[in-house]
Design a protein around this ligand. Structure first.
Ligand code: ZN
Length: 417
């Protein structure tokens, strides 16, 4: 096992750890760990809500999920010699859940969860159809996820970090804050909000204190969106074996990571849509001096995905076009056509006895593939969602005998405001 440079005690809260990480992006959050180009090391990560979501049959915790506190990130790690303009090469050597023997009362040990956020607290991709909160617990065994809340489904995990990235420069941070505020100002009262401005409430900023803490808390960017530094990209193919090239914006690069997922479908559509968990990630780092200019990488990270993927070869695919449910034509709107493809798949799965919430959870958590199939055929974009048929323990394809009926079991816990 590589040296653990960022250890966590899973019986303790994030702010009570030996090294306290952070949950905002800012260049002035001090690095507390130093690594060198060529090093390999282990970082432990808390699940993104720091244990607020429990292994039980109630969705009250998801309904009241403490969104201002996310994402609890491990880092920043200073990479010696990294300078603005370099590319930071990060190899994901291994990634997995907290070993079972370390299990404590908090989330992330041999199990994980998928949530649907209420429209008033987070929302999601299909929040108009699913305005309430729901939660599903998944158990891990032999690399496979199953759930007492979603019967007759099991799939191989493709474990990956949802979030990893370098610190922004002061200029880049100011750019983020300005452009996101401009968007918020177009509809400041929207529910859910258009973007999340800096928020001192619940900010955790490593070792900062006093006036520095107050200033940075007012300026620091939230971790929900992906941006030029990587960030919360939620790319399910960031499995072990992946090599990522991050732009370096500050001396030392200040690499941070968290939001580990046991599995996820393309789009992480319920927003809390992966199987969220705590765990560990083993990394190797190196530098390409001046690599941002050499390779034209200034917009965002580039990556070479690992070869770890479930061996699914048969799929049932659903398509959608950019027409709203009530029949309004939109022009080449890929977000809308992917929503329609997903709603199409959900409707289909309910014919087999699943509730709409169970079907939505399957699309969020299982390794489904989302594709932009057509983006030029005016006025309709065509998006498709591919579901691996082998995740079901029955034949999910259409046939002359009609749909097999699953026993929906206890169903998905729900909570409403
Ligand atoms: Zn996540």
């Amino acid at each position: 096992m590589p040296e653990v440079v960022f250890p966590l005690d899973n019986s303790k809260k994030f702010t009570d750890q030996q090294i306290v990480g952070h949950n905002r992006w800012h260049p002035d959050i001090p690095a507390q760990v130093q690594v060198k180009p060529g090093d390999a090391f282990r970082v432990e990560c808390r699940e993104w809500f720091d244990g607020a979501i429990h292994n039980d049959d109630s969705a009250e915790d998801v309904l009241n999920a403490p969104l201002p506190s996310v994402h609890v990130l491990s880092g920043p790690l200073e990479v010696q010699g990294a300078e603005p303009g370099d590319l930071l090469m990060v190899d994901i050597l291994d990634v997995g859940p907290v070993p079972q023997e370390d299990s404590g009362p908090l989330a992330g040990q041999g199990w994980g969860y998928t949530g649907i956020f209420a429209k008033e607290n987070g929302g999601g991709f299909l929040t108009d159809q699913f305005p309430d909160a729901y939660k599903v617990i998944w158990d891990f065994r032999g690399g496979v996820a199953t759930s007492r809340h979603v019967p007759s489904v099991s799939f191989v995990g493709i474990v990956h970090p949802g979030l990893m990235g370098t610190a922004p420069s002061a200029d880049l941070l100011a750019t983020w804050n300005a452009r996101e505020q401009e968007l918020i100002d177009t509809d400041p009262d929207r529910v859910p909000p258009l973007a999340l401005p800096p928020l001192p409430d619940s900010a955790v900023l490593g070792t900062l204190s006093g006036d520095d803490f107050d200033r940075v808390a007012r300026e620091a960017a939230r971790t929900a969106p992906p941006r030029e530094n990587g960030g919360n990209q939620d790319i399910k193919n960031f499995t072990k074996g992946t090599r990522v090239f991050y732009p370096v914006f500050v001396p030392g690069a200040k690499l941070s990571m968290g939001d580990l997922h046991f599995s996820q479908g393309d789009g992480e559509i319920t927003f809390c849509g992966a199987i969220e968990m705590g765990g560990f990630i083993d990394l190797g780092v190196d530098l390409i001096k001046g690599g941002m200019e050499t390779y034209g990488v200034s917009e965002n990270a580039i990556f070479m995905p690992g070869n770890v993927a479930p061996q699914y070869s048969e799929w049932l695919a659903f398509s959608g076009t950019s027409v709203t449910l009530d029949g309004k034509q939109h022009y080449l709107d890929a977000q809308l056509s992917y929503q329609r493809a997903c709603l199409h798949a959900i409707d289909y799965l309910t014919k087999f006895g699943y509730s709409p919430e169970q079907a939505y959870m399957i699309l969020g958590a299982a390794p489904i593939e989302g594709r932009l199939s057509g983006v030029v055929d005016i006025p309709n974009s065509c998006s498709t969602v591919y579901i691996p048929t082998a995740i079901f323990d029955f034949d999910v394809s259409p046939g002359k005998g009609g749909p097999h009926q699953v026993d929906p079991g206890q169903g998905v816990p729900k909570a409403s405001f």
